[in-house]
Design a protein around this ligand. Structure first.
Ligand SMILES: *Cc1c(COP(=O)(O)O)cnc(C)c1O
Length: 433
């Protein structure tokens, strides 16, 4: 592939390569059922995932008593953040989906990561005759079952949060766990995992390399299971369940979504699994009335690069001269999931990229206006409505949003933050780039 040619032929690739802030609208977006062309995943798959999570609720309560109040459901609040909306001048209603405060993992990874580990656990439990599928799964927390799980290993490559989610959950169930951490991963995340008995293997290289090594080592061990963030359909389905829960929350708040009240959702994107799964679920439920935008750092816009070039996982940000290095550690991914890029082809509204310095500003503004702390990676979401409302006229007009923009419901997806230790928060609060 000739990168220079690609850059010359396409203005957006040139902007990406210069690490400029981008606003990109997906030229391949389709309406109606056309959005789903090229994917075999269905609503039924999402509902099966939801039922599986329900089956595990009693077990989750056993392992994590903090989830008892919610009946073993791992779900986050949806908060109206009017003062922040005024500060950012987004218009319409601005809501924050607080996956930053999800139980167990303190990030969006509590959805996909935990779901995949539970599914794997169900498979092992059924294979070993530990349960039948109509029994109370709380039984799986008993010592005889843990004894069986301890013979199995779970491995994952991570920039940090996926490792926390997989590591904490797998260790709680009784598996041996190895987390392959890229150079971006924060020390406190490694420390926290080690304190739970997880083996942390550190790499000097980036996320893609940590994944590659982890996969290789796992493949050599027949008792080891590798959580593949780049290609896993299970992870994706775990994330997609969020859409059903969000719909119920909107209904509970009497917020109507229809063609006169469009829903605009902004999700920080790394390899693509979390935002992709959520976007997919939302499109299934709200169709053409929802518009989903991903947000990435200017130095690691891997999904934008993959989708805009059409090359998906065949291209990485280093190919166009970017470093892949960013303060947004959860988004420090150089090569996108090809699986997610293909599913998003007809349904993603667009992408926004953001400078690292703004993440800290948004973080301080949110704390100041709403008293809510979320981590820098998660703050990328705020660049979505800001940029769209400022420079997105054309998209808003073409999709019939402009005349009803005052009725729009904007949701920024806060993807992480609750587990960040106090001293690191203070450090973030004093970071000015
Ligand atoms: C992992 C993560 C994301 C993005 O998820 P991907 O599946 O990597 O795209 C966003 N924000 C935070 C805080 C994360 O940890």
């Amino acid at each position: 592939m000739d990168i220079q040619k690609l850059i010359q032929k396409d203005g957006i690739i040139e902007k990406i390569a210069k690490a400029e802030e981008c606003l990109w609208f997906n030229p391949n977006i389709k309406t109606g059922s056309g959005s789903f062309e090229g994917t075999a995943i269905t609503m039924d798959d999402i509902e099966k995932a939801e039922r599986r999570l329900d089956r595990f609720a009693s077990f989750i309560m056993q392992c994590f008593p903090e989830t008892i109040a919610d009946g073993g459901l791992i779900e986050s609040p949806l908060a109206e953040i009017q003062a922040m909306g005024q500060r950012l001048d987004t218009g319409g209603r601005l809501l924050l989906k607080l996956d930053s405060h999800l139980a167990i993992a303190g990030s969006v990874k509590a959805r996909g990561g935990i779901y995949e580990i539970l599914k794997h656990t169900e498979d092992i439990a059924l294979q070993n005759g530990l349960i039948s599928s109509d029994e109370d799964y709380a039984k799986l927390a008993e010592p005889e079952c843990r004894q069986v799980f301890s013979k199995y290993t779970v491995q994952v490559g991570s920039t940090g949060n996926l490792g926390l989610s997989i590591g904490i959950m797998s260790a709680a169930i009784g598996y041996r766990v190895k987390v392959h951490m890229s150079a971006d991963a924060k020390q406190w995340k490694k420390d926290l995992l080690r304190s739970k008995g997880v083996e942390v293997i550190e790499y000097q290289s980036d996320y893609s390399e940590a994944v590659k090594q982890g996969r290789r080592l796992s493949d050599m061990d027949p008792m080891s299971y590798f959580v593949d963030d780049e290609n896993s359909v299970d992870l994706f389905l775990g994330y997609a369940v969020a859409a059903k829960r969000l719909k119920a929350q909107l209904e509970g708040m009497q917020i109507v979504i229809d063609s006169r009240h469009p829903l605009l959702v902004y999700i920080p994107c790394g390899v693509g699994g979390a935002p992709g799964g959520i976007a997919f679920g939302l499109k299934k439920l709200f169709g053409d009335n929802v518009h989903v935008f991903f947000v990435e750092p200017v130095q690691a816009p891997c999904m934008l690069l993959g989708m805009a070039s059409g090359l998906n996982q065949e291209i990485c940000v280093q190919d166009v001269g970017l470093t892949g290095i960013t303060h947004a550690d959860g988004l420090a991914v150089g090569r996108p999931s090809g699986f997610v890029g293909r599913v998003m082809k007809g349904m993603l509204a667009g992408e926004v990229t953001v400078e690292d310095s703004k993440l800290y500003d948004y973080m301080r503004q949110l704390l100041d206006t709403e008293g809510i702390f979320i981590e820098p990676s998660a703050c990328a979401a705020f660049e979505g409505p800001v940029r769209l409302c400022r420079d997105g006229r054309q998209y808003l007009a073409e999709h019939g949003i402009e005349p009803v923009i005052d009725n729009a419901v904007h949701i920024c997806w806060a993807t992480g933050g609750a587990l960040v230790p106090e001293e690191i928060r203070r450090e973030y609060m004093n970071t000015y780039l």
